[in-house]
Design a protein around this ligand. Structure first.
Ligand code: GLN
Length: 448
């Protein structure tokens, strides 16, 4: 499998541009060692994976797609999820492209390359975990890990026609994930099938003493939930998720999926999430405020880049940051600084936190009466590369169906539910109660 993976990578990655770093020699020798010592108890024995480049891998270059970290060749430790994958004997083929520090929706904010959509390379892969979705869709690896702060696993999964899960906040340890916005970030798997996805989450989930926000909740065998049973299942469909701003072909694909659920014995009803229209604004304030704090450590002293233009300490901070960060990262830092400055804090940041509570209450109210919430993952299929880069506001709005889930801390999964007229995949989003990933997987699997 590992050899096949590298064959495929050399065949297609010139066009797809999913990988930033390959670990070929090491991966092949690991695979050889595994061949010599079969282990039926290892849940991912010999399965090749790819890892988003904001997840720290010991001795393997980790850049977060930033010039700031372009020479971070020898991290000293593994993220908790990497330790878990290794314990279950999965083999890492390499590190995957993304928007710089996970800020973006297309991978066009990567400081290295733009990952292309394997279904049509004129189109973007989505983002920020675009490399993670494209590499799986192109058959370069069996599964990948991405991170999702406002949709970055689900939206690229939707654009590339694969399955992407953002687990409940706290389900997976964030130790070794380079932070974007710590109250929203979660690591999640990208796979071709729901079953594979459930299996990978089983391996990476669980409490970790290195991440105090990881939850003590027990990790169920998610794969046991895949029984196809939808009898009596209650599905809520928010009218805001099929309203203005959502493409007709996306609405049609979701309606068709709902018919499939009806035929399987589930019931669905229209509901309302009245505060979802404010979610993107609240998300931008909160995530940028946290990003401003997360980015503070990149100062030219401790990690990565240090400008050689400077001859005093203040200039060292200034030039290192000016040279090391791309435009979008600077935009978020400025927005976060603005939102948290005295005078603005009450007006913007605190208000955004109140909206966050309201968004969460909307979901709590609905999930008391329904098992899952279903809608589209993104308002439209993938767009052409280069088409959206001048208009950050339009891109932020593209996240309107995914960010509410992060604000509320809930599990959300995207799975393919059809194609647009141009042959690009459309994603169905399934949102569950906190720590009810099993129900989300059961629902996804029944459709698949
Ligand atoms: N597209 C969103 C943003 O730019 C989400 C990013 C993410 O989930 N990491 O903030």
């Amino acid at each position: 499998l590992v050899n096949t993976s590298f064959d495929r990578i050399s065949e297609v990655d010139d066009q797809v541009q999913a990988f930033l770093t390959l670990d070929e020699e090491h991966a092949r020798s690991q695979a050889k060692q595994l061949d010599d010592a079969p282990d039926a108890s290892a849940r991912l024995f010999g399965i090749p994976n790819g890892i988003k480049d904001n997840i720290v891998t010991k001795n393997l270059r980790t850049t977060s797609a930033s010039q700031f970290l372009k020479d971070f060749d020898n991290p000293l430790y593994n993220a908790a999820v990497i330790e878990k994958l290794q314990a279950d004997k999965s083999v890492t083929a390499g590190k995957l492209n993304m928007d710089e520090f996970a800020m973006g929706s297309t991978t066009e904010n990567s400081s290295f390359q733009v990952t292309r959509n394997p279904w049509n390379t004129d189109y973007v892969s989505g983002g920020s975990s675009g490399g993670s979705a494209a590499a799986v869709a192109a058959g370069e690896i069996v599964f990948s890990l991405g991170s999702d702060t406002g949709g970055s696993v689900r939206q690229p999964a939707s654009f590339c026609g694969v399955v992407g899960m953002k687990p409940t906040y706290g389900r997976v340890s964030r130790f070794g994930l380079i932070a974007f916005a710590s109250s929203l970030d979660q690591i999640g798997p990208v796979t071709r099938s729901v079953e594979d996805n459930a299996r990978v989450l089983e391996v990476i989930a669980g409490q970790d003493k290195m991440d105090s926000t990881s939850a003590a909740a027990e990790v169920p065998a998610y794969t046991d939930a895949l029984d196809g049973n939808m009898e009596g299942m209650k599905i809520a469909v928010p009218k805001e998720y099929l309203g203005e701003g959502v493409a007709q072909e996306v609405k049609d694909a979701v309606m068709n999926a709902l018919k499939v659920y009806e035929s399987l014995g589930a019931e669905w009803e229209e509901v309302s999430l009245p505060h979802s229209e404010y979610a993107v604004a609240a998300y931008q304030m909160i995530s940028s405020g946290e990003a401003f704090a997360s980015m503070g450590r990149f100062d030219g002293v401790r990690f990565g880049k240090r400008s050689d233009k400077a001859d005093n300490m203040d200039d060292m901070f200034t030039y290192s940051r000016a040279e090391g960060f791309g435009d979008e990262v600077k935009r978020r830092i400025m927005l976060g600084t603005f939102a948290l400055s005295s005078g603005n804090y009450e007006v913007y940041y605190k208000k955004a936190q109140k909206v966050r509570t309201l968004v969460k209450q909307d979901f709590d109210n609905i999930l008391r009466d329904y098992d899952v919430v279903i809608g589209p993952t993104a308002p439209a299929p993938a767009f052409k590369a280069g088409e959206s880069t001048d208009d950050p506001m339009a891109l932020y709005m593209n996240d309107m169906l995914t960010v509410p889930v992060n604000l509320a801390g809930l599990p959300g999964l995207s799975l393919p539910c059809g194609f647009s007229g141009q042959g690009l995949p459309i994603g169905l989003q399934i949102i569950g109660k906190p720590f009810a990933e099993s129900t989300v997987y059961r629902t996804a699997h029944a459709y698949e």
